[in-house]
Design a protein around this ligand. Structure first.
Ligand SMILES: [Fe+2]
Ligand SMILES: [Fe+2]
Length: 372
């Protein structure tokens, strides 16, 4: 039975010292290579529609493509300072419900809080962009490694979707915001682990269920409050795609998991748990605190304990937990994953809607697209 030490390299999930010791050391490198350990699988069974739900998803994807250059209002003027102020007002202020008395924040002026908001936005959108590239690479791997023709067909449409997502987040950062951040070390570790695993279903679990499940929730949260019309539109389009991607994961793994042994399911539970911790760690945004010049080890515990922050972090799991439940991962092997999600404070989402069919609700209406 794997321990926390083996799964995430530390025995206490909340060991701040250990979390912060993981940093990205090759920030100036232009490429990062990971061995992907998988076999490329051909299938000679070309029967289209043998898996009707995947086939339906593929047909849906074909008619849901959009063009990142022409369907979004790139001529929108974005005043990042005003956007950041409006975001802070909508989400309860920069301090997010923290009592700053006696902390390094106590002496901060309005200008410093504003800079934090701007850096946080640059960081957040940068991590979305890097995560999208992770999805691009993972989905290309699924095209190669999955043995089912309906899944290869569908995954090929997702490759195109992810290219578009990388493209639009990159363009938004370059033309509307004020700086990039390198990939967060915890996010990179997670993407490396997903890509390095030789088993095709682990790519789905890591990417479609965990990373994209979190992305769908995070994009939805930002979409709900941002008043910046270009970003709002961009997120709406990306979410319409992401809801299909998460459905692709749920529908594929549901069938595959039915024939796995308890021991094999347990490995999937452990993988899901490791991914959940890595994603929680990444949202501590240690690189932002470093750039702001504040003592990171002092700040991170404050941030972790802030009530609004805790609510935000747990909301990120609103899709992951019900999807893991639908896949039978929560309660298999004596409820091991249920216990882990309880420790992370996210188990309350188990009865929320799963994403197996939810993509219909996220679909863009006819006429949404400028070029339609
Ligand atoms: Fe994406
Ligand atoms: Fe995606």
């Amino acid at each position: 039975m794997a321990t926390n030490e083996q799964l995430i390299g530390r025995s206490d999930v909340n060991d701040i010292e250990a979390i912060l010791s993981v940093t990205n050391t090759d920030v100036d490198a232009t490429v990062h290579a990971v061995r992907d350990n998988a076999e490329a699988i051909f299938t000679w069974d070309y029967e289209k529609g043998a898996r009707p739900k995947l086939s339906r998803l593929y047909e849906k994807a074909k008619t849901s493509m959009w063009n990142g250059e022409t369907d979004l209002p790139w001529d929108t003027e974005v005043d990042q300072e005003s956007v950041v102020m409006a975001n802070a007002a909508a989400t309860g202020g920069f301090a997010q419900g923290m009592d700053v008395t006696g902390t390094p924040f106590a002496s901060w002026t309005d200008a410093e809080w504003l800079r934090l908001g701007i850096e946080s936005q640059n960081w957040t959108l940068s991590q979305f962009m890097h995560g999208e590239q992770g999805a691009l690479v993972c989905t290309a791997k699924i095209v190669e490694s999955v043995p089912w023709i309906d899944a290869k067909y569908y995954a090929s449409t997702q490759v195109m979707d992810e290219a578009r997502h990388v493209e639009v987040f990159s363009k938004y950062l370059d033309t509307k915001l004020s700086g990039h951040y390198p990939i967060n070390a915890h996010l990179r570790m997670l993407l490396d682990d997903i890509i390095a695993d030789s088993r095709w279903d682990m790519t789905y679990l890591g990417m479609q269920i965990m990373v994209e499940g979190l992305a769908l929730a995070a994009f939805g949260f930002i979409h709900s409050f941002t008043t910046e019309p270009l970003l709002k539109q961009l997120l709406k389009y990306v979410m319409a795609d992401e809801a299909r991607h998460v459905a692709f994961g749920v529908l594929s793994l549901q069938e595959f998991y039915e024939q796995l042994s308890t021991a094999e399911i347990r490995e999937r539970q452990e993988f899901a748990s490791e991914a959940a911790v890595r994603m929680r760690d990444r949202f501590l945004q240690q690189e932002v605190w470093e750039r702001m010049g504040v003592p990171v080890k002092e700040i991170v515990p404050l941030v972790m304990q802030a009530p609004d922050r805790a609510a935000f972090q747990s909301m990120l799991f609103a899709k992951i937990v019900p999807n893991c439940k639908k896949l039978g991962l929560l309660d298999a092997a004596d409820g091991w994953l249920r216990e882990r999600f309880t420790e992370l404070g996210v188990i309350a989402f188990e009865s929320w809607a799963d994403t197996g069919e939810e993509y219909e609700a996220f679909a863009l209406a006819q006429g949404d697209k400028r070029s339609a």
